[in-house]
Write a protein that binds this ligand. Structure first.
Ligand code: 3Y8
Ligand code: NAP
Length: 248
């Protein structure tokens, strides 16, 4: 009898949860507890860490999980590594639902970097208005370039003082091209820092930057361990032995 665990937190994970609920497959949706009020899901939902890979392996055994789908964000590297280790330990099938990275196209002015520190180094010395569209967790390194005017975007309003003077937009995606274009023009944004998340929920800023001819410092994805990987909900449902409404 199938009992699936979805490691969620992305738009694709929400689409998968809807298909799994529709197919009446026994499943649990899991959030890490990063945001104050995560979106509701049509499945029983747990929120918070498992306690490392061993904690996840214990959860899998205790809950009788038969299939694990890692539908976390491409930058949720620790969760993905733990899922590989835990499923090996519990001998449980694992598949990753992972969207392709964005690729530079005609007109894009990207500076591709490996990590946040390289992104800081890629910014100019002369003062500029910089939009840091990389969330809340990795802002501190930019304090080494205080000459810039920073705009940040968080899912939740900041609780602690910011590590640098900045203007904070509080908004959870997905974002639209028109709204991104308007925001960048109104604020006089001259540089964008982004992670290569892929997917549609965050790509509007990349398209708006291209239209405005703005440079984008693009942080590449972390290396993830080898594991079976698909890009569509349909392929996950087939892996679970079910067809979907989408491509039934
Ligand atoms: C808690 C669940 C859905 C899911 C929506 C996607 C799209 C909008 C784009 C920008 C970039 C950023 C950030 C972002 C996007 C989707 C998707 C995506 C980027 C929620 C969510 C959770 C999180 C966690 C949060 C991180 C932060 C990253 C904001 C829910 C809304 C910047 C990633 O305050 C914090 O600690 C926030 C932490 C991890 C990265 C960071 O370092 O700050 N996501 N985002 C999940 C959990 O607890 O398990 O609250 O409902 C999900 C979504 N965020 O159902 O439509 O699928 O990618 N999320 C990045 O791309 O760099 C925003 O502003 O342009
Ligand atoms: P991370 O750094 O890879 O994981 C750190 C720890 O958080 C994990 O070891 C695990 O704790 C816990 N955790 C993470 N995701 C979890 C989940 N879905 N369910 C249960 N525990 C989880 O993770 P992150 O980058 O902070 O991402 C956290 C969540 O936000 C994920 O759901 C991810 O899909 C979502 N998200 C992240 C980004 C991003 O840019 N990183 C963007 C959009 C959405 P234990 O070790 O205690 O088990």
């Amino acid at each position: 009898m199938t009992r699936a665990l979805i490691l969620g937190g992305t738009a694709d994970a929400s689409l998968l949860a809807a298909e799994i609920a529709h197919a009446r497959i026994d499943a649990v949706y899991s959030y890490g507890g990063r945001t104050r009020a995560p979106a509701d899901q049509p499945l029983p939902t747990r929120i918070g860490g498992f306690g490392g890979a061993s904690g996840l392996a214990d959860y899998i055994r205790r809950e009788g999980i038969t299939h694990v789908i890692d539908a976390t964000h491409p930058f949720a590297a620790e969760m993905s590594r733990n899922a590989v280790a835990a499923c090996a330990e519990a001998d449980t099938p694992l598949i990753a639902l992972e969207r392709m990275p964005w690729v530079r196209t005609q007109g894009d002015n990207w500076i591709e970097v490996a990590d946040v520190d390289a992104a800081v180094a890629a910014l100019p010395e002369t003062p500029a208005h910089v939009f840091l569209a990389i969330g809340r967790q990795h802002i501190a390194p930019f304090a080494t370039k205080p000459q810039h005017a920073y705009t940040l975007r968080f899912v939740d309003s900041p609780e602690a003082p910011l590590p640098l003077p900045a203007d904070v937009i509080v908004s959870r995606g997905p974002f639209t091209f028109d709204a991104e274009l308007e925001m960048m023009r109104a604020r006089g944004i001259a540089w964008i820092v982004a992670r290569n998340s892929g997917g549609d929920g965050a790509r509007a800023k990349i398209d708006a930057a291209r239209t405005l001819g703005l440079p984008v410092v693009m942080i590449s994805r972390p290396e993830l361990p080898e594991r079976p990987r698909v890009e569509s909900v349909t392929e996950v449902m087939q892996w679970l032995g079910h067809s979907t409404r989408l491509g039934a």
